[in-house]
Design a binder for this molecule. Structure first.
Ligand code: AQP
Length: 334
């Protein structure tokens, strides 16, 4: 059977980008024959500084967001990464397989390390090696993510292939990315060339899953656009990144494609489109926000769910990591 794995970092409040690019789709894969494993990747989050108390809160909040978007811990395995030691262990083994040059080429490293990359954490550089471990510790074959993670997933394939080649085995599967839908790359509301990100310093650049209806409407009203009316098809938005982004968001929220949306708004300006977008955004997000708040009211229950998921995850990852060590020539005498 196919195994699906995906993770989200507890590195701050979740955005509409995280929701449309990833979270929204997770529930759809449940109960369709594949095993679904969803992880709050706290070990990834600490590659940049996290306040410990905030990290705990954010970890529970991401778990709540998974469940609020329909991930059922009775059907999927839901846990936080640091409770399953195999992730860190396999990442170390992969650090000896992956090449330093591969890591320096990652655009996420370049973006996050910025000009002062010598002073970024070693973990930030090795991030993709841990991500490969997250996936391959379960022999997962499919990984639903947003467009921005594509390069990391290619690196996961490279690590699997090099391991198999170096040790003359056919042990790790070559993972397929699942980058699907109309919102695989949601852009910042302030800058159509930057992705919407939870770590963007400007709160106006993103819609947070915890924003209320007024905040959502206000951010959409202030979103950067141009003065032209909307065309009849997506083709006409090629050179209008901000406009294209808003139409794609609308389409992803209503489950249409961009052309279907534009067929209704052709010839209209953003004065008409933005309030309509705010309405569909509030309608889609309000129930999620409400359920997140309900889950967050009982942190002990969230911790219990994560702990149980961690046990289930370790039961799968344990034998795979042991086998990896056998292949590499490590002695196991107990
Ligand atoms: N703007 C986006 N559009 C579509 N998908 C997105 N994702 C993130 N941003 C967008 C997808 O969300 C999932 C979880 O992302 P993550 O938390 O692991 O880290 P990230 O990709 O680095 O997301 P952020 O919001 O930009 O966080 P920070 O600011 O901490 O780096 C992934 O599947 C991702 O593709």
């Amino acid at each position: 059977a196919k195994r699906i794995f995906s993770g989200i970092q507890p590195s701050g409040g979740l955005t509409l980008g995280n929701y449309l690019g990833a979270l929204k789709r997770f529930a759809d894969y449940q109960g369709k024959g594949a095993e679904t494993i969803y992880c709050v990747v706290d070990l990834h989050a600490i590659t940049v500084w996290q306040e410990p108390e905030k990290l705990r809160h954010n970890t529970r909040e991401v778990a709540a967001a998974f469940m609020a978007s329909g991930v059922d811990p009775e059907v999927s395995i839901l846990f936080n990464q640091s409770q399953v030691s195999q992730h860190a262990e396999l990442a170390w083994l992969f650090n000896t397989v992956a090449r330093v040059g591969w890591m320096y080429r990652m655009t996420q490293f370049k973006d996050k390390a910025g000009k002062n990359s010598e002073n970024s954490s070693l973990g930030l550089l090795a991030y993709p090696s841990l991500m490969a471990a997250d996936i391959l510790a379960y022999h997962a074959t499919a990984v639903p993510v947003g467009e921005d993670q594509k390069q990391h997933l290619e690196l996961t394939r490279d690590i699997a292939a090099k391991f198999n080649h170096d040790y003359g085995v056919d042990f790790f599967p070559i993972t397929e990315p699942m980058i699907e839908g109309t919102a695989t790359r949601v852009m910042s509301l302030r800058d159509g060339s930057k992705k919407m990100s939870k770590s963007d310093p400007s709160d106006a650049s993103r819609i947070n899953l915890t924003d209320d209806a007024d905040a959502i409407a206000q951010k959409i009203r202030k979103a950067r656009t141009d003065a032209d009316p909307l065309p009849g098809s997506m083709e006409g938005l090629k050179d209008r990144p901000e406009a294209k982004n808003l139409v794609n968001i609308y389409a992803a929220l209503t489950g249409e494609n961009g052309d279907q949306v534009l067929a209704r708004f052709e010839g209209q300006g953003f004065g008409a489109f933005k309030p309509a977008l705010a309405e569909v955004a509030v309608e889609a997000l309000a129930p999620i926000t409400r359920r997140m708040t309900e889950f967050m009211a009982d942190p002990a229950e969230i911790d219990r769910i994560l702990g149980r998921g961690a046990g289930q995850a370790a039961a799968i990852a344990g034998p795979i990591v042991e086998r990896t060590k056998d292949i590499m020539g490590m002695i196991r005498s107990r």
